[in-house]
Design a protein. Structure first.
Length: 253
């Protein structure tokens, strides 16, 4: 088991990506702490993990609230002894499909403020505890997209948010490396399974995502979970300050 004995906090653990990563972490031996604003979805993920023999706990945490994040991190440390992995995959609250010149400032800035604030707070909370143990992994999900895409106009502020998080990742990696803490982002280029059933244009979006890849297929939730396990494990101990590219060739580094 690659993560045996590790304690992992997953913010947004009740969502499709968070749930997939949580199940993968638990399968590999991690004790997962699912944090989010909706207890029901968190408990659904936790129940599946427990049914498979894994260890999972849930807590209502607002990743945009400083006190909520700090108190939860402290509680995990007090109860479990430490934090080994922190992953933030909360929703970015983005508005897509509208040209920038027709957007309100609030709609454009929503994913930027949400993503930057939440990842700053959750990364800071984890790092403060990890530093004392001189080890840990901080991860975010998203990563900068295809800068050459002619269709970036319809993403609103999401691309700006991704770029901001990548800048944060580089800065955190440089500051935290002396404490043995690694910082990585996971880049997919889109996971079709996360598109809600019944969404207008779902099939077209799925074809678009897969059509941009070199392999003819996009990353699945299972792929995301497996790559996240690798990134969080000691097998990836040489990887920090980097975005792990699982876009199936849609983005060439």
């Amino acid at each position: 088991m690659l993560l045996k004995g590790k304690n992992a906090i997953i913010y947004g653990g009740g969502g499709s990506v968070g749930g997939a990563v949580a199940r993968a972490f638990a399968r590999e031996g991690a004790h997962v702490f699912l944090a989010g604003r909706t207890r029901t979805t968190l408990e659904e993920v936790a129940a599946r993990i427990r049914a498979a023999g894994g260890a999972a706990e849930t807590a209502e945490v607002d990743a945009l609230d400083e006190r909520s994040v700090d108190e939860h991190a402290a509680a995990v440390v007090a109860g479990a002894g430490g934090i080994d992995v922190s992953l933030n995959v909360i929703a970015d609250r983005d508005v897509q499909g509208t040209p920038m010149i027709e957007m309100s400032p609030e709609d454009y800035l929503s994913p930027v403020v949400t993503s930057v604030r939440s990842k700053f707070l959750t990364s800071r909370a984890a790092a403060r505890h990890m530093a004392a143990r001189r080890s840990g992994v901080i991860m975010a999900f998203g990563g900068a997209g295809d800068r050459d895409s002619a269709r970036r106009y319809d993403l609103g502020g999401l691309q700006t948010a991704f770029d901001a998080v990548e800048s944060m990742r580089r800065q955190l990696a440089a500051e935290l490396a002396p404490y043995g803490i690694r910082v990585v982002t996971l880049r997919t280029g889109g996971v079709p399974e996360t598109i809600p059933a019944g969404h207008d244009g779902r099939e077209a979006i799925e074809r678009d995502i897969a059509g941009k890849t070199l392999t003819g297929r996009a990353a699945s939730l299972e792929d995301v979970g497996n790559v996240a396990v690798f990134a969080a494990s000691d097998w990836a101990r040489t990887v920090t300050g980097a975005a792990i590219n699982m876009t199936c060739g849609a983005v060439l580094d």
